[in-house]
Write a protein that binds this ligand. Structure first.
Ligand code: GDP
Ligand code: GDP
Ligand code: MG
Length: 321
């Protein structure tokens, strides 16, 4: 449909290549060690490879799947040599991602399935929710859509100020109330205002609390939004911090149990060696990875593209950072 031709241009590809640099170094130094001194792929090479993948934050479940697939190929093609292993690994990792769920078809440019399109952003404190909202607002606005932010993280003093700064940066309006207000009331006002102003996209921030009240708090926000638009929120976007590796997997388990998450954003992939976790997350959850965060600026959000991700992960060209 030509979407990625437009969106995934040269700039985006460079950002992905650069951001994944440390993950790549980690990944390949471990794989290189796994096959050092070996000419053919045998049990020992596969054991070492398994260890290397787990060490590169790919996660045990996903690693086992990859190893099993490679084993099956080795069994068929007895004299597989170690130089062929890289290509095989790339193929199997790509297969893992291709089998992972794909996102339903909205992007910054295409027409959204409903107006206003309500996106609720959830995740623990510090993972990058508010920053991701700022980036999404910027991208939607740049694509010609009207955007409204809802500051429903009323828990921390700085939270409302922070999202206000992002609204100014992106040049989009915001609905807010004083700190300590009922988050559901802010969400209600935001959605009501979006309906009356015929806004295209609504991005609602939430407080990142990992506690017993999580389900309750989020369902209250949803219930109140549904008073205005029965089928909203149209998207519940869970933000995960990729630099926390396996912790991000744990958070994903917690949140998907607490509420109906429909899409994932993985942040802070720039400057971390733990980017392998994207493979684990994509493989383990039946929820599509939709966005990846590659830095702190407005421009540093990429639509997740499975093929481009694997391509950058395996590209041997070392670009200067
Ligand atoms: P929240 O508590 O979930 O709302 O998280 P914030 O949006 O406040 O972000 C927490 C910190 O992470 C801030 O310092 C952000 O600048 C930083 N951050 C968010 N996304 C990214 C990213 O993709 N890359 C990097 N390097 N930093 C990020
Ligand atoms: P409850 O607090 O569990 O009874 O949940 P409600 O469904 O009554 O609403 C939760 C919050 O959303 C309330 O505290 C209100 O601030 C807000 N809210 C709900 N309905 C309305 C409404 O019709 N108008 C306004 N302005 N706010 C509402
Ligand atoms: Mg925040």
């Amino acid at each position: 449909m030509g979407f990625f031709d437009k969106i995934f241009g040269k700039k985006e590809k460079e950002s992905l290549d650069q951001g994944l640099q440390k993950t790549k170094e980690n990944f390949f130094s471990k794989i290189t060690k796994a096959i050092a001194g070996k000419s053919t792929v045998d049990e020992e090479v596969l054991d070492n490879l398994e260890e290397a993948l787990v060490g590169a934050d790919v996660g045990i479940e996903t690693t086992v799947k990859i190893i099993e697939r490679i084993e099956a190929r080795v069994a068929k093609d007895k004299y597989l040599n170690t130089t062929e292993l890289n290509g095989l690994l790339q193929q199997e990792i790509e297969n893992i991602l291709v089998d992972a769920p794909s996102s339903n078809s909205y992007d910054f440019h295409s027409e959204l399935p409903s107006r206003p399109y309500i996106i609720l952003i959830v995740g623990v404190n510090g993972v990058g929710k508010t920053t991701t909202i700022g980036k999404l607002a910027y991208n939607f606005k740049k694509a010609g859509k009207s955007v409204l932010l809802g500051a429903a993280d009323t828990f921390r003093a700085a939270a409302v100020d922070q999202i206000t700064i992002w609204s100014e940066r992106a040049g989009v309006p915001i609905v807010k109330q004083p700190m300590g207000s009922d988050p559901a009331a802010v969400a209600f006002d935001t959605v009501q205002s979006a309906v009356s102003k015929n806004v295209d996209v609504v991005l609602i921030d939430t407080a990142g609390r990992l506690q017993a009240h999580l389900t309750e708090e989020l369902s209250k926000i949803k219930r109140v939004i549904q008073k205005v638009i029965p089928e909203a929120p149209h998207e519940v976007l869970l933000v995960l911090d990729g630099s926390t590796g396996q912790n991000a997997l744990e958070q994903a388990k917690h949140f998907t149990a607490a509420t109906d998450v429909t899409a994932l954003a993985i942040t802070k992939l720039d400057g971390t060696a733990k980017g392998g976790v994207v493979l684990a997350i994509a493989n383990q959850f039946k929820i599509p990875v939709k966005f990846i965060g590659m830095g702190e600026k407005m421009e540093d959000l990429l639509v997740f593209d499975k093929h481009e991700f694997v391509d950058s992960l395996f590209s041997l060209e070392d670009k200067p950072t």
